[in-house]
Ligand binder design. Structure first.
Ligand SMILES: [Zn+2]
Length: 465
């Protein structure tokens, strides 16, 4: 049976334009997706937009638009941004999609049938930025830790509750038995210690605004946006939920509690299988500044792609930031230009153009490719499994260095040794294949160039900036 691989990203809240911080996670997901496809697996990649909730309703009102029209326009911008970056999801889901809305209503009925839902009152401090109540102890100077400067609002409303408290033991067992359920380890430890302190039941319906999925148990209520949003992974998992359970959910650390605690409890209640891994990554800054609306256009994926090209941006974020550590990173244009010039142009670009030129003049002669034995494929596979994309690229570029040295030492421009050139050609094809998840456009050009019957020098792959 063919192995399945299903990767998801957080779905973005389209209350403003997409930026490079959103793009980071989508690029990683696309790279993982393309890698597993290369391995011959049956793959699925889901991303999309999270379109309900109070914040959307308010942002739409400010612009004098209906919420639906507002999200239609913004959702399109996210989709386009991913297109520019060559990010190719199997489905771009919108939580306003009819099949998703139906699924959410069905799962609420399932939770209810299980005895996990009851009616009560909720009173608390609500952060519109998070679309969530914040418990007193998590407030910093009376403000949400993720939205400093934004006021939390005191709300009291009739609400339906999900019996989250019932799932404490289940969750702690889950984390214990499956050390890979939450990655990296540091995030896992944080979650475990918070869950050990006890869980409050969760309010999963709202009456204070209208923009949401009607709550099927009571028509005065709409569904809490996180309950709605999390289930996108299930409704977007292919025909008849073919790809469920997901291999990995990628998400930023502000979303970790929802994915590591609520989500497995909801799935358990509704009888669905659990995902294998919830991977919590760090945030990006841009040229040393926290990414915010005020940075405006400079961080728009489209503008960056026009300036540097999709491949360079994809390569840079995967190579520069140790994704697997979950640390924050700083996207600086200087570091990007350095990597573009030193690695893509000098190392890869030079190898490709030099060898192509030599083959054009001298031709090749088939022989055993001993050179490619120096490529550490096992390490590359292992690093991919551990989400260490920076290390994958490090391995590939170590091999590119080896190929450059080999060319230098063997001097095929003097010896006209067609066997050496054959080894180099085959090795470059291998390099192109391994780089194809990261730099799909350039990798395809190299592949075409070196699989042609008459190999020619061709155009420069990466012009120096
Ligand atoms: Zn917040």
């Amino acid at each position: 049976m063919v192995k399945k691989f299903y990767v998801t990203t957080a779905i973005d809240y389209p209350s403003a334009n997409p930026h490079i911080g959103h793009a980071y996670q989508k690029i990683i997901a696309d790279v993982l997706f393309r890698w597993h496809k290369l391995l011959g697996e049956d793959v699925w990649f889901l991303t999309g937009t999270d379109e309900h909730g109070k914040k959307i309703q308010e942002s739409a009102e400010k612009k004098g638009k209906s919420p639906k029209k507002f999200v239609d326009e913004l959702s399109k911008k996210f989709k386009e941004a991913w297109d520019f970056l060559n990010i190719q999801p199997s489905r771009f889901i919108r939580t306003t999609d009819k099949d998703h809305e139906k699924l959410v209503q069905d799962v609420i009925k399932k939770c209810n049938a299980k005895g996990d839902i009851y009616k009560g009152f909720y009173e608390g401090q609500y952060c519109v930025g998070c679309e969530a109540y914040i418990t007193e102890k998590d407030l910093i100077n009376g403000e949400c830790p993720y939205h400093p400067g934004k006021k939390v609002e005191k709300l009291k409303e009739e609400s339906y509750f999900f019996k989250l408290s019932k799932y404490q033991k289940f969750l702690l067992d889950l984390y214990k038995k499956n050390p890979d359920f939450i990655l990296p380890k540091e995030r896992r430890n944080e979650i475990i210690s918070r869950v050990k302190k006890g869980l409050n039941d969760l309010s999963i319906s709202r009456t204070s605004f209208k923009w949401g999925i009607p709550f099927p148990l009571d028509k005065k209520h709409i569904t809490y946006v996180w309950f709605d949003a999390l289930f996108n992974y299930l409704s977007g998992s292919g025909k008849n939920k073919k790809y469920w359970p997901a291999n990995v959910h990628l998400l930023g650390k502000d979303n970790s509690w929802f994915h590591c605690v609520y989500w497995p409890a909801f799935l358990k209640s509704t009888g669905y299988k659990l995902p294998k891994t919830v991977f919590v990554h760090g945030f990006l800054k841009f040229n040393g500044q926290k990414i915010s609306k005020s940075l405006g256009n400079s961080i728009s994926p489209k503008i960056l792609v026009e300036k540097y090209g999709a491949d360079t941006i994809r390569y840079f974020v995967c190579r520069q930031f140790p994704f697997a550590n979950g640390d924050d990173g700083d996207f600086t244009e200087k570091a990007l230009v350095d990597r573009h010039n030193n690695e893509l142009a000098d190392k890869l670009g030079n190898l490709v153009s030099r060898v192509a030129g030599l083959i054009e003049k001298n031709g090749v002669e088939k022989t055993e490719n001993k050179l490619s034995k120096k490529l550490k494929l096992k390490n590359i596979e292992k690093h991919f499994d551990n989400f260490e994309l920076d290390k994958v690229l490090n391995e590939i570029f170590t091999f590119i260095d080896i190929c450059n040295e080999y060319t230098q030492n063997k001097k095929p421009w003097e010896t006209k040794d067609k066997k050496v050139l054959y080894e180099l050609k085959e090795s470059i094809l291998k390099i192109a294949e391994l780089l194809s998840p990261f730099i799909p456009e350039s990798a395809e050009k190299i592949k075409k160039q070196f699989s042609a019957t008459k190999i020619k020098k061709g155009e420069i792959l990466f012009r120096k900036i």
